[in-house]
Structures are given as structure tokens and as C-alpha cells.
Design a protein around this ligand. Structure first.
Ligand SMILES: [Mg+2]
Length: 235
């Protein structure tokens, strides 16, 4: 099958994201150091995040509320208002951090846009994602931008139906096995996994066994045009 549509994940595929969240988490640990050690803070925060995902979805707003809940729990309800404000400010910093593209992202997107329809497919807070897309300078290369609440096999299937694309002609590129790769493979699409150096624990999935041929793994995004040419040519 030829490739009809290439979709890119955004956070940690085209631009840095997770490291800003991890910095906020380290700052939270510092703030709560009088009450609990970093391991306890991280564990309590992740508990709150998991509990809140079905309610608030992915992104900085749910993350900020989870940080506040963790602080309340770890201080037995004694956290001061000024500390709550400091936590909210950590969240606000996330939406004010300038977009920093990953090396090779701009060149790769620009090169592939000349030959293929491209989609940007990301999950998270709507306004924050819109801000990052605008700030990336890459928006003009994408024929479609989709901001979704989750990336399940069903999400991909319905998106592709909406855009009239056969899964066999679809190629998804991203840094998360759990969100960008496995659900796409499951519905009969193709996927390229480009790991980022840090992965949020929630997005972690077992690494593939040797010889897993259901998807392709690259070290850097600038290796993508050659792989796409190979896949398309071999079809
Ligand atoms: Mg990502």
C-alpha cells in the first residue's frame, strides 16, 4: 500500500514537553520537602494523576490539580494558600514556556510536506496545544490538525474514517508506544516509534522484543524521510 497520510504526534516528537513537566514535578518536590521526600511526592502525584485522567484528560490543567491534591494529602490538609498559589504558578509556567523544536523536526516536516498530506495529531489541553502549534512555526505544513482527548484504536479508526483514509495507507509517527504506535498497529496502520529521552510513567509500555516487525523504530526524526521513501517505494 502506498502512504496516503502521515500523522505526527506533537509533544516530545516535534517539540520538547515532558522535560518541562518533570521540572515542575521537581519544583513541587522542593516545595513539599518539609513534609515528604521526593519519592513520596512523586508516588502521590502519580496516584492523583491516574485518578484524575478519566475526569480531566491529559494536559497541564489536570496535572496542576493533581499537584494540588498531592500537596493536600501529603500535608494532611495543612498546605498553605501561598503554597497552593506557588503550585498553580508551576502550572501556569507550563503554558508560558516557549516552544522548542526537537533537532531536525522542522526540516523533516518541511521535506515530507512536499510529497505527502500531513496531519498533526495530539492530545492534551486544547488551548495549550493550539498555543504550541502556533508557536512551533510548523502549522502551515499540516493539512489537518486534530487535538483529541485520548489516542485509542477507536480514536484513530474514527479519525481516519472522517478523513477518508484507509488504515493501510496511514503512517503515524510518535514518541509513545502506548499512544502513537500500538493502537495504530492494532487497526492495521503503520507506525514509526521515535523514543524521547524521558517518558512520562503513564506512557511507558514494554519495549518491543527483538525482531518485532509491526512497526519501525528510529533514533532521530531526521531519519524519517529515508524510511518513508523506502516504505512507499517497497509498496
Ligand atoms: Mg508525545
Amino acid at each position: 500500500m502506498p502512504i496516503d497520510l502521515i500523522a505526527f504526534d506533537a509533544d516530545d516528537t516535534l517539540w520538547h514537553n515532558e522535560r518541562h513537566y518533570q521540572q515542575a514535578q521537581r519544583d513541587l518536590c522542593d516545595l513539599l520537602a518539609p513534609y515528604a521526600d521526593a519519592d513520596a511526592v512523586n508516588a502521590r502525584l502519580y496516584e492523583a494523576e491516574k485518578r484524575n485522567l478519566p475526569l480531566f484528560g491529559y494536559g497541564m490543567k489536570g496535572f496542576t490539580l493533581s499537584m494540588i491534591e498531592a500537596a493536600i494529602a501529603l500535608t494532611d490538609g495543612q498546605v498553605r494558600g501561598t503554597d497552593v498559589q506557588a503550585i498553580i504558578d508551576l502550572g501556569k509556567r507550563l503554558v508560558q514556556t516557549p516552544v522548542e523544536l526537537l533537532p531536525g523536526a522542522a526540516e523533516t516536516v518541511e521535506a515530507l510536506a512536499q510529497h505527502y498530506p500531513l496531519m498533526l495529531l495530539t492530545k492534551g489541553d486544547l488551548m495549550d496545544q493550539e498555543r504550541k502549534i502556533a508557536g512551533s512555526g510548523l502549522a502551515r505544513h499540516f493539512d489537518a490538525v486534530e487535538i483529541v482527548s485520548d489516542k485509542t484504536p477507536g480514536t484513530y479508526a474514527s479519525l481516519l474514517a472522517t478523513h477518508g483514509v484507509d488504515p493501510a495507507g496511514f503512517l503515524m509517527v510518535g514518541n509513545s508506544l502506548r499512544s502513537d504506535v500500538l493502537p495504530v498497529v492494532e487497526i492495521g496502520g503503520r507506525a514509526v516509534y521515535i523514543p524521547y529521552h524521558v517518558t512520562w510513567v503513564h506512557e511507558q509500555a514494554p519495549e518491543p522484543g527483538e525482531g518485532d516487525t509491526r512497526y519501525h523504530t528510529l533514533e532521530r526524526i531526521d531519519e524519517l524521510p529515508a524510511l518513508v521513501a523506502e516504505l512507499d517505494g517497497a509498496s
